[in-house]
Design a protein around this ligand. Structure first.
Ligand code: F0G
Length: 350
């Protein structure tokens, strides 16, 4: 078994000396080649999915949470707090439990997928639904954490980004160099900022190259593309249903510096890409398909020529996080009588 992420990359992470590692053996996720999807998208390139859904709580948040909770544990913090569209909540709850701390999570009412809410509850967090959006909840936890003795573990916490940089390191180590393009969903904009920090840092040390970043927001929640806050963001990809990203400026600067950009993907395109990924054996939650949905749209519109290039798509969360989207949006399985004749009739001639 590999050592915990923070130990493995200790020399590259800017964490205080008091940090006490709290780990669930996060990270070390596979980089999966997707030749059929690459061919379907058209232009003779190599495509890999960084399957972050295989982290301990089913999303990339665990990379950042091990760092934030480890730092908090090292200074004797008793409880942590976050706002969340779901994945941060489950991750904070798990790592707080691991550290023997309390966890308070604020979520937008009725807008968190079942697998995430169940996770936060199962790990023993105090979950509060806010009559408002994620952005309202984030404003509230920022204020609350200044008044009560809890550590804020949203990606405003700089240690979260230190942990999340490790995904960039793993990609470079798996490919032997940075990819030409990295596409990923953008919500509160911490992850794209962390990836860029990681790629730049590794490149400075090992000349590993730099990818162009394609950040993708859902069309109904695209403040960074529109250039202004979105008061009532709406998208089927509830993980990225965010109208005022905390690290928006940093994300825009990262995309620009990398020679890439931030674009949108429609809900239809996101769900179609979720199906295309699943058709090649990789089931991800809707937000996680947004990166590739945006990439596909750019290629189709002739704005991106990927010929001969290597592309990594970050799939941030597991499909099991949001089972309802599949059972509601797609056809329910047919009901058949429990006998062989009925089964054979259904299957027909192969
Ligand atoms: N993909 C998934 C599955 C997410 O849960 C999130 C963010 C993102 C992408 C976007 O990452 O915020 O760093 O730009 N989820 C947060 C949460 C907001 O509360 O779980 P980001």
């Amino acid at each position: 078994m590999k050592p915990p992420l923070l130990q493995r990359y200790q020399a590259l992470l800017d964490l205080p000396a008091h940090t006490q590692i709290v780990s669930l053996h996060e990270g070390d996720t596979p980089l999966i080649p997707m030749p059929r999807l690459a061919q379907a998208l058209g232009s003779g390139f190599e495509l890999y999915v960084k399957y972050e859904g295989l982290n301990p709580t089913g999303s990339f948040k665990d990379r950042g949470m091990t760092a934030a909770i480890s730092e908090a544990a090292g200074r004797g913090v008793q409880a942590v707090m976050c706002a969340s569209t779901g994945n941060t909540a489950a991750s904070a709850a798990a790592y707080a439990a691991r550290a023997g701390m309390g966890a308070f999570v604020l979520i937008p009412q009725g807008k968190v997928a079942a697998g995430k809410l169940a996770g936060a509850l199962a790990y023993g967090a105090r979950v509060l639904q806010i009559e408002g959006s994620f952005d309202d909840a984030l404003g509230l936890v920022v204020e609350a954490s200044q008044r009560i003795p809890v550590a804020l573990v949203n990606s405003l916490n700089p240690y979260r980004l230190q942990g999340q940089k490790t995904a960039a390191f793993e990609i470079i180590e798996a490919l032997g160099r940075a990819p030409d393009w990295l596409c990923l969903p953008v919500g509160n904009a911490g992850n794209i900022s962390a990836y860029w920090m990681g790629f730049v840092q590794y490149h400075q040390l090992h000349s590993s190259g730099l990818p162009a970043l394609l950040g993708v927001q859902a069309a109904g929640a695209a403040p960074l593309v529109l250039g202004h806050a979105v008061e009532q963001p709406e998208t089927v990809a509830t993980a990225i249903r965010i109208g005022k990203p905390a690290r928006g400026e940093q994300a825009l600067a990262a995309a620009h510096e990398s020679g890439g950009r931030i674009v949108t993907a429609s809900d239809e395109a996101i769900l179609a890409m979720q199906r295309q990924l699943a058709a090649e054996g990789v089931w991800v939650e809707p937000a996680s398909a947004a990166g590739l949905a945006g990439l596909a749209a750019e290629v189709a519109a002739g704005r991106l020529d990927l010929g001969g290039k290597t592309v990594v798509a970050v799939c941030t969360g597991h499909g099991l996080k949001d089972p309802d989207i599949v059972t509601q949006e797609m056809l329910a399985p047919r009901v058949v009588p429990a006998n062989l004749a009925a089964l054979e009739k259904e299957i027909g001639d192969l």
